[in-house]
Design a protein around this ligand. Sequence first.
Ligand code: S3P
Length: 171
Amino acid sequence: MKNIVLIGFMGVGKGSVAREIVKYSDYIAIDTDDLIESMENRKIKTIFEDEGEKYFRKLEKNIAKWLELSVKNTLISTGGGFYKQENLKKIGTIVLLDSPFDAIIKRIKEHPNAAKKLKKRPLLSDLQAAQKLYKQRQPEYLKLADIVIDVTGKSAKECSKELLKKVKKHV
Ligand code: S3P
């Protein structure tokens, strides 16, 4: 079983879909942001504030190397910028969770924990800049993806079922 690597823009629901998949499969799920936070013993937001984005990207690079060399049979959800890792394709099957920018922002704003979700993501503090980033990243995400799941208007459960079906066919 190859790793499944979930990529996609901030707030698209990578974590929610991963948590759904582990409910009814034997996958162990890990998350690159969670790994970084636990290694650093501080939040992503604090790492950005204290050390800057460049430092954070270096940590992502170290995680990417470790994933390639040491992790198998695992469901890996990633931060929205992790897709830039040069060895991404070597880590596993790349699954893009895809949705238009406005739908992603709507999804976050409608969440009961909306304020917390926005606050923990430094690159969402300026929505205009975030939209620009989305436009720049969108074609890059699509180019890298082995499988694309349009998550717009779907529950995490629906997305997870669709994902596993498509992964089975792909391998
Ligand atoms: C980032 C996305 C975040 C986190 C960091 C940077 C990005 O993860 O890694 O704030 O560059 O898009 P989520 O996609 O889980 O929000």
